[in-house]
Ligand binder design. Sequence first.
Ligand code: GAF
Length: 410
Amino acid sequence: MSAARWVDPVDVHTVAAAAEALFRSTFGGAADGVWAAPGRVNLIGEHVDYAGGLVLPLALPYVTVAAVRMRDDDILHAVSTHTDETWQGLLADVAPGHPAGWAAYVAGVVWALRRSGHLTAGTGFDVAAHSTVPVGSGLSSSAALECAFALAVADLAELPTDDAGRRPLIDASILAENEIAGASTGGMDQSVAMLARPGHALLLDCRDGATRHVPLDFGSAGARLVVIDTNAPHRLVDGRYGNRRAVIEKACADLGIAGLRDVADADAAVAALSSPAAQRARHVLGEIDRVREVADLLDRGRIADIGDALNRSHASLRDDYEVSSVELDAAVDAAVEAGAWGARMTGGGFGGSAIALVPTDRVDTLVADVVRRAHSAGLPVPQFLHAEPSGSAHRLGNSHDTTTRAKSGN
Ligand code: GAF
């Protein structure tokens, strides 16, 4: 049986050095600057962002870094250490579906900022990216790339980058993903990448964009939040994610409401819908309540008590929303049986990652048991990451400024 593999965070300047080296070897000369943005896990509030719900994600100490230089023409030139593919093209040609693949997340940001009037034509960019956010693991590697690059563009174009200035950058990153990459995602991932604070989760109201930073100190509770990357790839552009969103939008239309947050009587609303919309709406309505419950417990310092809500969230995503997978269910079940206070899939699902809140002295047991369960079921061997609440997207200074964890959001 394979040994458990921990993926440790890498100092952000080591990540930056890889991006800068790629920049120099590809384009020659130095970048104008280097920007980093984090991946995320969602503590709770899954598949509710596009329904105007409440979410409670935290930034991870794993980042995507973009070394960027501004050009005085209309060309985008993008390379990444994660793929052999180099994309070069005219920004004026960017449109839904073009470019395809990872370059859509970069080109789409410029396209969206031009569309919103924040950026004028005639400005291009050379971009070299490197990431320690695992790709395809449901930890928002694409949002991290969008946000690192969006912040770079804003800095180089001398746009404001305080919290208020980041809102149009978040919107542009979401639009890039929805329109150019063709993934109909909500805005949770980009919001937390841009607005997170170390030591906190971000309580985001996706109806009006209101945010509150909720303290999250797992250490003080004698616990850790462990990410279990099942190594079963997760994809948001294969139709299943979009199907869930479409069902919720149709349910709202059938109920004659703008969003499920407008429902006065949850039971009556669910009863008025047919299957599978009824189960899907029941998940969304219940999940929003669970976010309120968890935020309230965290406000009162009761981290150890949130586990039950995490478990109920997973059951709802598995049974009512049907976005879990055999790999995620195996990981969650094994984690809970190994002594986790709670565990659930996190992110879009259909593969990807789960989280487990576990007393520190049970971490090794949990890891061994999760690996053993996967092995005996013939599933891919999971890897494990640290979910330490980290900071938001930022520009790196010339002199090395310790780690991603030390940088607070604005
Ligand atoms: C993915 C999406 F990108 C988010 O917007 C969100 O819907 C999440 O799945 C599910 O909560 O990460």
